[in-house]
Design a protein around this ligand. Structure first.
Ligand code: NOJ
Length: 453
């Protein structure tokens, strides 16, 4: 048997993408709330069809129904995030007890249904009030995050033991502040971006400290990073070494998406030397003690894996891809072997257990005439990717779990509701849910701990 006996099988979601209830019960506004609703000068086209997360899947009001479906689907673990301004409407200061109650009730309901809650503290819904004070660029931003973490840990750590500090800083900085197609839709320069990455790493470290100091149940702490590794283009030893190197390397154009930029400071206590060569004086300002906080030990490396990282070639096709290759409806290449190489390379370099905190695909699903959702592509995708993950586990990579993205269709950020990633189909007109065929196949796989693959 390849997967460990206590392997965590489950699915994941994020608050802004499914909760809705954007002004319910004293919740404050975050940058996605504000900018997706801001129609200034009629020029807005931030999100496809100008959609917002105001209602999303209305999970805020329907979480009991949703958890009943999760139970039916055989999910044993559920990763969700806390909406920061639901619990602290201004980001810091006054606590909203109704917000706390929502998450506390959610956790109780999960446990009652035999599902273990795994909590992400920050999945992109940054408080607007803090954004106005400079957000992640403000030198106090990591303390704000620590204050928020403490509130959540106080409220939930008697029942929650798995914690992820931040989700995909690569993406919320890369797309939010560099490419400008995620909230707050800005395009900043590297000197600011580099400082921001440092402040986020510091926020991560301070949250790790808070969790370790305050948690009631013995905590398992990590993060959920983006960015898969490169897969070797052939089986040779040389190419495997080259793929490893390409995975962690970066230059001034792609550092935001390199695990080498983000994870080296956490695991090695210093920035990758290459950073000093490339960025010189633009490297972040580091205060005394920062690197010690950033490098506080974590229990696992959480990684969201969709497709292999690949480097552009002069032919126009990134390495490892080819004309007409299978692609999901995000247009992402179907590259199952990335679920072998990514955990393997990350484990080799950083030496902590790996958790696949997200993996999945967007597909053009709809409800068939028979009332069911037939999604053979998703079933095939899950099988192909999980076989590769099992191969990594058999080869000795310590893999803690696999959380499918996503538990249900939801708001796919700049792509709105058009991209369906769920194991559950959502009709947004009626909020009716339908469990997709793939979820039943995934159930069999989970029940057999990956034997029936
Ligand atoms: C990773 C992000 O964490 C999640 O929010 C997003 O929906 C998926 N990727 C798919 O793009």
């Amino acid at each position: 048997m390849a997967f460990r006996k206590d392997f965590l099988w489950g699915a994941a979601s994020a608050a802004y993408q499914l909760e809705g209830g954007y002004r319910a019960d004293g919740k404050g506004l975050n940058i996605w709330d504000v900018f997706t609703n801001c129609h200034s000068a009629g020029i807005k086209k931030f999100v496809r069809y100008n959609e917002t997360g105001n209602e999303a899947c209305d999970h805020y009001h329907r979480y009991k129904e949703d958890i009943a479906l999760m139970k039916k689907m055989g999910l044993k673990n559920y990763r969700f995030s806390i909406n920061w301004t639901r619990v602290l409407p201004d980001g810091i200061g006054k606590v909203n007890e109704q917000g706390i109650k929502f998450y506390s009730d959610l956790v109780d309901e999960l446990i009652k249904n035999g599902i273990t809650p795994l909590v992400t503290l920050f999945h992109w819904d940054y408080p607007y009030e803090l954004y106005k004070k400079g957000g992640w660029l403000n030198p106090e931003s990591s303390d704000w995050f620590a204050e928020y973490a403490a509130v959540v840990v106080d409220a939930l750590s008697d029942r929650v033991s798995y914690w992820m500090t931040v989700n995909e800083p690569q993406v919320f900085i890369g797309l939010g502040f560099y490419a400008g197609n995620h909230a707050p839709f800005l395009k900043l320069h590297s000197c600011d971006l580099l400082q921001m990455t440092h402040n986020v790493l510091l926020a991560h470290g301070k949250a790790v400290k808070v969790i370790r100091e305050k948690a009631k149940l013995s905590p398992r702490v990590g993060f959920a990073f983006a960015t898969a590794c490169c897969s070797p283009l052939d089986n040779s030893k040389e190419e495997t070494e080259a793929a490893y190197k390409r995975s962690f390397d970066f230059d001034c154009g792609n550092y935001l998406f390199s695990p080498g930029w983000w994870a080296d400071p956490i695991f090695f206590g210093k920035y990758n030397e290459k950073g000093y060569e490339i960025f010189g004086n633009d490297m972040p300002h580091i205060n005394e003690g920062d690197m010690e906080i950033i490098s506080l030990p974590v229990d696992f490396y959480g990684v969201n894996v969709y497709d292999a990282k690949s480097i552009m070639t002069i032919d126009g096709y990134p390495e490892g891809t080819y004309t007409g290759m299978p692609r999901t409806s995000m247009n992402w290449a179907v590259t199952p072997e990335t679920l072998y190489w990514t955990p393997r390379f990350l484990y080799e370099r950083y030496g902590v257990p790996i958790m696949i905190t997200e993996n999945g695909l967007a597909n053009n699903d709809w409800v068939s005439l028979d009332g069911k959702v037939h999604d053979p592509q998703r079933t095939d995708f899950i099988e192909r990717y999980l076989k590769e993950l099992r191969r990594a586990a058999s080869d000795g990579v310590d893999i803690l779990g696999y959380l499918h993205w996503s538990v249900m269709d939801n708001f796919e950020w700049a792509d709105g509701y058009d991209r369906r990633f769920g194991l559950i189909y959502v009709d947004y007109r009626t909020q009716e849910r339908t469990i997709k065929d793939s979820a039943f196949r995934y159930k069999e796989i989970m029940e057999s701990n990956g034997e029936r693959l």
